[in-house]
Design a protein around this ligand. Structure first.
Ligand code: RIB
Ligand code: CA
Length: 313
Protein backbone atom coordinates (compact mmCIF):
# COMPACT_ATOMS: atom_id res chain seq x y z
CA UNK A 1 0.00 0.00 0.00
CA UNK A 2 1.69 3.24 -1.16
CA UNK A 3 2.59 5.99 1.25
CA UNK A 4 1.13 8.65 -1.04
CA UNK A 5 -2.37 8.30 -2.51
CA UNK A 6 -2.50 10.16 -5.82
CA UNK A 7 -4.54 10.73 -8.95
CA UNK A 8 -2.43 11.38 -12.05
CA UNK A 9 -3.87 13.82 -14.62
CA UNK A 10 -2.06 13.52 -17.92
CA UNK A 11 -1.94 14.25 -21.69
CA UNK A 12 0.34 11.44 -22.97
CA UNK A 13 2.58 12.56 -24.50
CA UNK A 14 6.01 10.90 -24.44
CA UNK A 15 7.31 12.38 -21.19
CA UNK A 16 3.89 11.73 -19.68
CA UNK A 17 4.20 8.04 -20.59
CA UNK A 18 7.58 7.86 -18.85
CA UNK A 19 6.07 9.61 -15.80
CA UNK A 20 3.18 7.12 -15.70
CA UNK A 21 5.61 4.14 -15.75
CA UNK A 22 7.78 5.84 -13.10
CA UNK A 23 4.75 6.40 -10.83
CA UNK A 24 3.22 2.93 -11.29
CA UNK A 25 6.57 1.24 -10.77
CA UNK A 26 7.31 2.80 -7.37
CA UNK A 27 5.82 1.21 -4.26
CA UNK A 28 5.66 4.52 -2.38
CA UNK A 29 2.87 5.75 -4.64
CA UNK A 30 -0.68 4.47 -4.65
CA UNK A 31 -2.00 5.58 -8.03
CA UNK A 32 -5.74 5.39 -7.38
CA UNK A 33 -6.72 6.68 -10.81
CA UNK A 34 -5.41 8.18 -14.01
CA UNK A 35 -7.37 10.91 -15.80
CA UNK A 36 -6.63 12.07 -19.32
CA UNK A 37 -6.86 15.59 -20.70
CA UNK A 38 -6.40 17.18 -24.13
CA UNK A 39 -2.97 18.68 -24.63
CA UNK A 40 -0.06 17.09 -26.44
CA UNK A 41 -2.72 15.16 -28.34
CA UNK A 42 -6.53 14.95 -28.39
CA UNK A 43 -8.07 13.34 -25.33
CA UNK A 44 -9.28 10.24 -27.20
CA UNK A 45 -5.75 9.37 -28.32
CA UNK A 46 -4.35 10.40 -24.93
CA UNK A 47 -6.66 7.80 -23.40
CA UNK A 48 -5.61 5.11 -25.88
CA UNK A 49 -1.96 5.95 -25.17
CA UNK A 50 -2.57 5.60 -21.44
CA UNK A 51 -4.24 2.23 -22.01
CA UNK A 52 -1.20 1.08 -23.99
CA UNK A 53 1.08 1.94 -21.06
CA UNK A 54 -1.23 0.23 -18.54
CA UNK A 55 -1.38 -2.88 -20.74
CA UNK A 56 2.42 -3.00 -21.05
CA UNK A 57 2.80 -2.79 -17.27
CA UNK A 58 -0.05 -5.25 -16.79
CA UNK A 59 -1.57 -2.70 -14.43
CA UNK A 60 -5.29 -2.25 -13.76
CA UNK A 61 -5.95 1.35 -12.70
CA UNK A 62 -9.26 3.23 -13.00
CA UNK A 63 -8.87 5.40 -16.11
CA UNK A 64 -11.27 8.23 -16.98
CA UNK A 65 -11.31 10.37 -20.09
CA UNK A 66 -11.39 14.10 -19.45
CA UNK A 67 -11.95 17.35 -21.24
CA UNK A 68 -11.53 17.41 -25.00
CA UNK A 69 -11.19 21.18 -25.24
CA UNK A 70 -9.57 23.90 -23.08
CA UNK A 71 -11.94 26.23 -21.20
CA UNK A 72 -11.71 29.07 -23.73
CA UNK A 73 -9.02 28.75 -26.42
CA UNK A 74 -9.18 26.08 -29.16
CA UNK A 75 -6.92 23.10 -28.47
CA UNK A 76 -3.35 23.35 -29.69
CA UNK A 77 -1.49 20.01 -29.72
CA UNK A 78 2.25 19.20 -30.03
CA UNK A 79 2.69 16.53 -32.76
CA UNK A 80 6.09 18.01 -33.70
CA UNK A 81 7.41 16.97 -30.28
CA UNK A 82 5.40 13.87 -29.37
CA UNK A 83 4.50 12.44 -32.81
CA UNK A 84 1.19 12.41 -34.69
CA UNK A 85 -0.20 9.88 -32.17
CA UNK A 86 1.33 11.57 -29.11
CA UNK A 87 3.44 8.48 -28.44
CA UNK A 88 6.39 8.80 -30.79
CA UNK A 89 4.33 7.33 -33.68
CA UNK A 90 4.60 3.82 -32.24
CA UNK A 91 1.11 3.44 -30.72
CA UNK A 92 -0.09 1.28 -33.64
CA UNK A 93 2.44 -1.38 -32.65
CA UNK A 94 0.82 -1.88 -29.23
CA UNK A 95 -2.48 -3.18 -27.94
CA UNK A 96 -4.64 -1.27 -25.48
CA UNK A 97 -7.10 -2.80 -23.01
CA UNK A 98 -10.53 -1.31 -23.75
CA UNK A 99 -11.95 -2.32 -20.38
CA UNK A 100 -9.63 0.04 -18.51
CA UNK A 101 -11.76 3.12 -19.19
CA UNK A 102 -14.44 3.74 -16.54
CA UNK A 103 -17.83 5.20 -17.44
CA UNK A 104 -17.27 8.27 -15.24
CA UNK A 105 -15.71 11.50 -16.47
CA UNK A 106 -12.30 12.62 -15.27
CA UNK A 107 -13.93 15.35 -13.17
CA UNK A 108 -16.24 12.84 -11.48
CA UNK A 109 -13.35 10.46 -10.76
CA UNK A 110 -11.18 13.25 -9.34
CA UNK A 111 -13.99 14.43 -7.06
CA UNK A 112 -14.70 10.83 -6.01
CA UNK A 113 -11.13 10.25 -4.87
CA UNK A 114 -10.73 13.64 -3.14
CA UNK A 115 -13.88 12.75 -1.19
CA UNK A 116 -12.57 9.24 -0.46
CA UNK A 117 -9.22 10.50 0.81
CA UNK A 118 -9.94 13.98 2.27
CA UNK A 119 -6.75 15.96 3.09
CA UNK A 120 -4.64 12.94 1.99
CA UNK A 121 -4.94 12.76 -1.79
CA UNK A 122 -2.47 14.60 -4.04
CA UNK A 123 -3.23 15.46 -7.66
CA UNK A 124 -0.16 15.13 -9.88
CA UNK A 125 -0.94 17.22 -12.96
CA UNK A 126 1.31 16.83 -15.99
CA UNK A 127 -0.83 18.30 -18.74
CA UNK A 128 -3.04 21.35 -19.20
CA UNK A 129 -5.13 21.97 -16.05
CA UNK A 130 -8.55 21.80 -17.70
CA UNK A 131 -9.84 18.77 -15.75
CA UNK A 132 -8.66 20.19 -12.43
CA UNK A 133 -10.26 23.57 -13.11
CA UNK A 134 -13.54 21.94 -14.11
CA UNK A 135 -13.50 19.89 -10.88
CA UNK A 136 -12.95 23.11 -8.90
CA UNK A 137 -15.82 24.81 -10.74
CA UNK A 138 -18.02 21.75 -10.06
CA UNK A 139 -17.30 21.51 -6.32
CA UNK A 140 -14.83 24.05 -4.95
CA UNK A 141 -15.38 23.23 -1.23
CA UNK A 142 -14.65 19.53 -1.86
CA UNK A 143 -11.62 20.28 -4.03
CA UNK A 144 -10.17 22.35 -1.20
CA UNK A 145 -9.84 19.00 0.67
CA UNK A 146 -7.09 18.09 -1.84
CA UNK A 147 -3.84 17.70 0.11
CA UNK A 148 -1.69 19.20 -2.66
CA UNK A 149 -1.64 19.84 -6.39
CA UNK A 150 1.79 19.08 -7.87
CA UNK A 151 1.87 20.52 -11.36
CA UNK A 152 4.35 20.63 -14.20
CA UNK A 153 3.87 23.95 -15.92
CA UNK A 154 4.89 27.56 -16.32
CA UNK A 155 8.11 29.43 -16.90
CA UNK A 156 9.40 32.25 -14.74
CA UNK A 157 12.98 33.24 -15.58
CA UNK A 158 13.28 30.69 -18.43
CA UNK A 159 11.70 31.57 -21.78
CA UNK A 160 8.61 29.59 -22.69
CA UNK A 161 8.51 26.60 -25.03
CA UNK A 162 5.45 27.68 -27.02
CA UNK A 163 5.95 31.45 -27.10
CA UNK A 164 8.85 33.29 -25.52
CA UNK A 165 6.64 33.91 -22.49
CA UNK A 166 4.53 30.75 -22.13
CA UNK A 167 5.08 27.06 -21.33
CA UNK A 168 2.84 24.53 -23.15
CA UNK A 169 0.59 23.23 -20.33
CA UNK A 170 -0.27 26.74 -19.19
CA UNK A 171 -0.43 28.19 -22.72
CA UNK A 172 -3.00 25.61 -23.86
CA UNK A 173 -5.40 26.48 -21.04
CA UNK A 174 -4.41 29.63 -19.10
CA UNK A 175 -7.97 30.09 -17.81
CA UNK A 176 -7.76 26.67 -16.14
CA UNK A 177 -4.39 27.57 -14.64
CA UNK A 178 -5.87 30.80 -13.21
CA UNK A 179 -8.73 28.88 -11.58
CA UNK A 180 -6.28 26.37 -10.06
CA UNK A 181 -3.89 29.09 -8.82
CA UNK A 182 -6.79 30.93 -7.15
CA UNK A 183 -8.40 27.78 -5.69
CA UNK A 184 -6.77 27.89 -2.25
CA UNK A 185 -5.43 24.32 -2.69
CA UNK A 186 -1.73 23.95 -1.73
CA UNK A 187 0.23 23.95 -5.01
CA UNK A 188 3.79 22.96 -5.91
CA UNK A 189 4.95 24.08 -9.35
CA UNK A 190 7.69 22.45 -11.43
CA UNK A 191 8.24 24.98 -14.21
CA UNK A 192 10.65 25.00 -17.14
CA UNK A 193 13.10 26.79 -14.82
CA UNK A 194 13.44 23.44 -13.07
CA UNK A 195 12.75 20.92 -15.82
CA UNK A 196 15.30 22.46 -18.19
CA UNK A 197 17.98 21.55 -15.63
CA UNK A 198 17.37 17.83 -16.35
CA UNK A 199 18.16 16.28 -19.75
CA UNK A 200 17.98 12.54 -20.43
CA UNK A 201 20.45 11.90 -23.25
CA UNK A 202 19.81 9.21 -25.85
CA UNK A 203 23.07 7.54 -24.86
CA UNK A 204 22.10 7.47 -21.17
CA UNK A 205 18.70 5.96 -21.92
CA UNK A 206 20.19 3.45 -24.36
CA UNK A 207 22.73 2.29 -21.77
CA UNK A 208 19.97 1.94 -19.16
CA UNK A 209 17.72 -0.11 -21.47
CA UNK A 210 20.63 -2.50 -22.17
CA UNK A 211 20.83 -3.20 -18.40
CA UNK A 212 17.07 -3.69 -18.05
CA UNK A 213 14.88 -6.78 -18.33
CA UNK A 214 11.67 -4.75 -18.02
CA UNK A 215 9.12 -5.85 -20.64
CA UNK A 216 8.57 -2.19 -21.53
CA UNK A 217 12.28 -1.30 -22.03
CA UNK A 218 12.01 -1.34 -25.87
CA UNK A 219 8.81 0.71 -25.61
CA UNK A 220 10.57 3.41 -23.58
CA UNK A 221 13.32 3.52 -26.20
CA UNK A 222 10.97 3.59 -29.21
CA UNK A 223 8.58 6.27 -27.97
CA UNK A 224 11.38 8.67 -27.08
CA UNK A 225 13.22 8.69 -30.41
CA UNK A 226 11.13 11.29 -32.33
CA UNK A 227 11.17 13.58 -29.28
CA UNK A 228 14.95 13.18 -28.93
CA UNK A 229 15.46 13.91 -32.64
CA UNK A 230 13.30 17.03 -32.25
CA UNK A 231 15.58 18.32 -29.50
CA UNK A 232 18.67 17.46 -31.55
CA UNK A 233 17.41 19.70 -34.37
CA UNK A 234 15.92 22.44 -32.18
CA UNK A 235 18.33 22.65 -29.29
CA UNK A 236 21.45 20.75 -30.34
CA UNK A 237 21.31 17.86 -27.90
CA UNK A 238 20.22 14.29 -28.69
CA UNK A 239 17.92 13.76 -25.76
CA UNK A 240 14.83 15.09 -24.01
CA UNK A 241 13.76 17.09 -21.01
CA UNK A 242 12.10 15.03 -18.25
CA UNK A 243 9.35 17.58 -17.59
CA UNK A 244 6.64 15.22 -16.33
CA UNK A 245 8.78 12.58 -14.59
CA UNK A 246 10.15 15.42 -12.42
CA UNK A 247 6.64 16.08 -11.05
CA UNK A 248 6.48 12.43 -9.94
CA UNK A 249 10.08 12.55 -8.71
CA UNK A 250 9.30 15.55 -6.50
CA UNK A 251 6.71 13.46 -4.68
CA UNK A 252 8.95 10.39 -4.40
CA UNK A 253 12.20 12.17 -3.47
CA UNK A 254 11.43 15.65 -2.12
CA UNK A 255 14.90 15.60 -0.53
CA UNK A 256 16.37 16.12 -4.00
CA UNK A 257 14.43 19.34 -4.60
CA UNK A 258 14.52 22.91 -3.28
CA UNK A 259 11.34 25.01 -3.21
CA UNK A 260 10.52 28.64 -2.41
CA UNK A 261 7.13 30.24 -1.64
CA UNK A 262 5.75 32.64 -4.23
CA UNK A 263 2.65 34.47 -5.34
CA UNK A 264 2.04 33.18 -8.86
CA UNK A 265 -0.27 34.75 -11.41
CA UNK A 266 -1.05 33.83 -15.03
CA UNK A 267 -1.96 35.96 -18.06
CA UNK A 268 -5.17 34.74 -19.70
CA UNK A 269 -6.25 37.31 -22.26
CA UNK A 270 -3.33 39.05 -23.99
CA UNK A 271 -2.63 37.55 -27.42
CA UNK A 272 1.10 38.25 -27.05
CA UNK A 273 1.61 37.06 -23.44
CA UNK A 274 -1.18 34.46 -23.14
CA UNK A 275 -0.15 31.76 -20.64
CA UNK A 276 2.70 33.80 -19.18
CA UNK A 277 3.28 32.94 -15.50
CA UNK A 278 4.63 35.60 -13.16
CA UNK A 279 6.04 34.88 -9.71
CA UNK A 280 6.33 37.44 -6.93
CA UNK A 281 8.98 36.04 -4.60
CA UNK A 282 9.91 39.08 -2.54
CA UNK A 283 7.83 42.23 -3.15
CA UNK A 284 5.54 42.92 -0.22
CA UNK A 285 2.64 42.60 0.29
CA UNK A 286 3.08 39.06 -1.00
CA UNK A 287 0.50 36.37 -0.37
CA UNK A 288 2.07 33.03 -1.39
CA UNK A 289 -0.28 30.74 -3.29
CA UNK A 290 2.34 28.20 -4.41
CA UNK A 291 5.72 26.64 -3.78
CA UNK A 292 8.04 26.82 -6.81
CA UNK A 293 10.72 24.15 -7.29
CA UNK A 294 13.90 26.09 -8.06
CA UNK A 295 16.60 23.39 -7.90
CA UNK A 296 17.07 19.63 -8.12
CA UNK A 297 20.01 17.27 -7.55
CA UNK A 298 20.14 16.24 -11.20
CA UNK A 299 22.33 13.14 -11.12
CA UNK A 300 20.59 11.68 -8.10
CA UNK A 301 17.20 12.28 -9.71
CA UNK A 302 18.29 10.70 -13.02
CA UNK A 303 19.58 7.61 -11.23
CA UNK A 304 16.36 7.27 -9.21
CA UNK A 305 14.22 7.82 -12.29
CA UNK A 306 16.04 5.29 -14.51
CA UNK A 307 16.31 2.65 -11.78
CA UNK A 308 12.57 2.87 -11.13
CA UNK A 309 11.53 3.27 -14.78
CA UNK A 310 13.48 0.24 -15.99
CA UNK A 311 13.62 -1.95 -12.88
CA UNK A 312 17.40 -1.69 -12.87
CA UNK A 313 19.32 -3.87 -10.37
O1 RIB B 1 6.03 22.03 -21.41
C1 RIB B 1 6.16 20.66 -21.11
C2 RIB B 1 4.83 20.05 -20.81
O2 RIB B 1 3.98 20.16 -21.96
C3 RIB B 1 4.92 18.54 -20.52
O3 RIB B 1 3.89 18.18 -19.66
C4 RIB B 1 4.72 17.93 -21.86
O4 RIB B 1 4.18 16.61 -21.78
C5 RIB B 1 3.69 18.85 -22.47
O5 RIB B 1 2.41 18.44 -21.98
CA1 CA C 1 2.39 16.36 -20.31
Amino acid sequence: MGLHPIVLDTDPGVDDALAIIYALNHLDLQVHAITTVCGNIGVDQATINTQIVLSLLDCVVPLAMGQNQPIYYPLQTAPHVHGLDGLGNVSVQFESLEEQVVKKSAVELILDFVAKFPDQLRLVCIGPLTNIAQAILANSPLMRRTKEIILMGGAFEQRGNVTTSAEFNIYVDPHAAKIVLESGVPITILSLDLTHQVILSADRLHQATLCSNAPWRDFTWSITQPCMRFHQHQEGFHGMYLHDPLAVGYLLRPDLFKTVPAEVRVETSSSSTRGMTVANLHQQPMTPNAQICVAVKVEQFLNHFLQTLLDLP
